[in-house]
Write a protein that binds this ligand. Structure first.
Ligand code: GPP
Ligand code: MG
Length: 284
């Protein structure tokens, strides 16, 4: 019998360029925030910031702003995980585009579930696995150099999957086809994403600037619901988080770790051409 064809993890020039970006990425906006408590995130924040951090004395101000941004990013991951409700004991979760592992460690701490994170960046996988060893959870939280469009994990082997700001790097039909295969019937998919508003036309200039900054391809809002329905996922909750993420960007804009992408985000959110959405959908 012919041995199964193992597809390479990186299959296109585009995927190689994305992997290259994340393999090299050591931006203070992510590293300094992670150093606050050892949870390294690659997503944005939710909720109001404490305005007192902006009035802190000069020698303490920078650290106070960074700690506050980190608190809002951790709050974002809590909102994502809340959407799973109670994952049954022994459940297994997958983090699609797991970055340096922040949301995966929070999921394991909260649910006691086994978590498998996948990333096309070998550096991120190595970083996150080192974190897992440091935390003593390496048997339960594992990170894999895999492509989330084609993971090779067993069919029906997950209770749930989330993507935390990663879907703008992939084709949604392919992604949800693979997730439909991986999630057992009755399992849940949770997504936080930025998507452009196709009620107001195509990509605005600000949305294109965000795409350019991260080498991503932000999808239209409608594409999510079409691709989910086409692949057997039924939304149970959709929450527009746009207003709740604006304070994070306003704080970030005034921080020492601003990267230049703050203006396009604030413009896109405020003009209404872009939304920050939580989508929760069950696998039928
Ligand atoms: C990165 O988080 C998130 C993305 C690249 C996805 C783009 C998200 C959208 C909602 C469009 P990060 O924490 O690595 O980014 P940064 O370095 O800017 O903090
Ligand atoms: Mg960040």
């Amino acid at each position: 019998m012919a041995s199964p064809t193992v597809k390479p993890v990186l299959r296109t020039d585009y995927q190689r360029s994305v992997a290259d970006y994340w393999n090299k990425e050591k931006d203070p906006v992510n590293i300094k925030l992670g150093e606050v408590d050892g949870l390294y995130h690659h997503h944005y924040g939710l909720g109001q910031y404490d305005p007192a951090v902006l009035q802190a004395p000069p020698e303490a101000r920078d650290a106070a702003i960074i700690a506050e941004m980190h608190r809002l990013e951790t709050a974002q991951a809590e909102v994502l995980l809340d959407a799973f409700g109670d994952v049954p004991f022994g459940g297994r979760l997958m983090d699609g585009g797991s970055g340096r592992g922040g949301t995966s460690f929070m999921a394991h701490a909260r649910f006691g579930a086994r978590v498998d994170g996948v990333s096309i960046s070998e550096q991120q996988v190595a970083f996150a696995n080192a974190q897992a060893r440091e935390r003593g959870v390496q048997d339960e939280v594992r990170f894999h150099f895999k492509n989330m469009l084609d993971t090779g994990f067993d069919t029906g082997s997950f209770t749930g999957i989330w993507t935390n700001e990663t879907t703008m790097y992939v084709d949604l039909q392919q992604l949800y086809g693979e997730f439909a295969r991986l999630i057992a019937p009755g399992g849940r998919y949770v997504c936080i994403t930025g998507c452009y508003n196709d009620l107001t036309g195509g990509r605005s200039r600000a949305v294109s600037q965000i795409d350019q900054h991260y080498i991503c391809n932000i999808h239209a809002r409608s594409e999510y619901f079409r691709a989910l329905a086409d692949n057997g996922f039924v939304p149970i909750s959709v929450v527009d988080l746009t207003q709740d993420t604006i304070p994070y960007w306003e704080l970030r804009q005034q921080s020492s770790v601003a990267t230049g992408v703050e203006d396009p985000f604030l413009t896109a959110y405020k003009e209404g051409s872009f939304h920050y959405l939580l989508i929760v959908a069950d696998r039928i």
